[in-house]
Design a protein around this ligand. Structure first.
Ligand code: ZN
Length: 155
């Protein structure tokens, strides 16, 4: 797979990842590299499994959106278009689809009607929000664990 189908764009020190060609919804855009795997997240890592976080090369420039145009499938380790994408479009994904509890939470200003505002990881979002998004298996499993624990603490 060619590596130049996406490019890092820097403006006012803010990095973003931009498509260099058109993609159709469902296209595999990029193979996710697992460069440095750790049991702790940092602001450049993507969560692969319950206790596994990996640095992902140029994909660390992927910004969050509450209305994203790509998904990160951390089982198949691929970036997939979830909308049609034009050359020059910024690529973005929904961070809580991979991240349970983020090392560097932030306020989202994406302007989408479905904006979640505080981007801190899936554990801080209600199911009613998460159910509208693609979620990786480890996130679904950790959500089920959290719900089971919550039930045990009910009177
Ligand atoms: Zn948002």
């Amino acid at each position: 797979m060619p590596t130049d189908v996406i490019a890092i764009h820097t403006e006012n020190k803010v990095r973003s990842l931009v498509a260099r060609q058109d993609f159709k919804r469902g296209d595999i855009i990029y193979q996710i590299p697992a460069e440095k795997v750790s049991d702790k997240p940092n602001r450049f890592t993507v969560q692969m499994d319950r206790n596994l976080h990996t640095e992902v090369g140029k994909l660390s420039a992927l910004n969050h959106s509450c209305d994203p145009n790509v998904i990160l499938d951390m089982e198949k380790m691929v970036v997939v278009a979830c909308h049609d994408i034009k050359a020059g479009d910024e690529l973005s994904f929904f961070y809580p689809s991979t991240e349970w509890e983020m090392a560097a939470p932030f306020i989202c200003l994406c302007g989408s009607p479905s904006c979640i505002h505080v981007v801190a990881g899936a554990r801080f979002l209600p199911l009613s929000t998460l159910e509208h998004h693609y979620l990786n298996r480890h996130i679904r499993e950790m959500m089920i664990d959290l719900l089971n624990n919550t039930q045990r603490h009910l009177p």
